[in-house]
Design a protein around this ligand. Sequence first.
Ligand SMILES: Cc1ncc(COP(=O)(O)O)c(C=O)c1O
Length: 375
Amino acid sequence: MSMTTKATMSVPLLDLKAQYTDLKTEIDDAVRRVMESTRFIGGPEVTGLEEEVARYSQCSNAVACASGTDALLLALWALGIGPGDEVITTAYSFFASAGTIANNGATPVFVDIDPRTYNIDVHKIEAAITPRTKAIMPVHLYGQCADMTSILALAERRKVWVIEDAAQAIGSEWEGRRAGSMGDYGCFSFFPSKNLGGAGDGGMIVTNNAEYADRARLLCNHGARPKYYHALIGTNSRLDSLQAAILRVKLKHLDRWSEKRAQNAKLYDSLFEGSRVGRPFKDARSRHIYNQYVVRHERRDELKKHLDERGIGNEIYYPVPLHRQQCFAPLGYREGDMPQSEAAAKETLALPIYPELTEDQIRHVAATVREFADS
Ligand SMILES: Cc1ncc(COP(=O)(O)O)c(C=O)c1O
């Protein structure tokens, strides 16, 4: 590559066009298949995807729904969690982890994170349990599982449910067990930027408990069984057949993509060796699927500006920890309550990690980061 090309090379945070180009024939065929069948709601594409994701996630049941947010909402709802109840979750995640708890009328109780993995600090959960606690919702952030051995043992001992927010972690593992299969419910998102992303919104609930699956399925279809007979008050949260057909095509490539992301991460790790930029920590007990590759630097905002100016895609996940979100002010948390989450919100930055990245692009991103970080 010539020096002039390299100097001006920009790298997006994500390149969904590259993925589509790669799979165009298969995806276009799948879309045509649904259009010609005119089976737009339910049908074989949706049930096919449910079976395939269930198998992929080591679960006996899967229920497709309209988004990852709805998957969490429905799981909490199906367990009857509502006003007066508390659900423990991490202070550092996408908003939906906490928003869904509040939307069910329950109270999110935040726990700080382990600064190495950015996942909930399992040593701090028990102190947050009260007689009102109904569930723990660990989030497998960035594609790496939280310490499920500790969480499951605690939940068993304290008789609370576990809902895994596996929105970023399909295919991730904890000691050989797949994300979503370990708790009472596991919730996935098919938001386009996820490792398995649709052409729009989508989500899925997985569980090894047939009764729990049945309840979630009823709730996401207005509680109707049979049609027009409503045993429960539910809602309309379904996955479109078009999305299901596209996701079935993509699922076949998911392991290859997640492996490629892990290889990209390994290359970044080696390129950041000896740098002042903090590399992501990989727990040996986890299969990390690198939905995000998140680095750390004390002057993160300046690093971000440096990358922005040079056309290197990057994103802050997340600039405000959940306990400091304006909407949760009534819960009474203060600055300093969750120091690790607060520090992560100030110091972390996600870099491009998508599978189609070339080695040249990765080297260029790493060099641009080091140019700032080590200066
Ligand atoms: C950790 C986490 N939880 C929940 C969600 C919600 O998923 P969706 O955007 O599909 O509603 C997301 C996705 O953005 C997420 O990253």
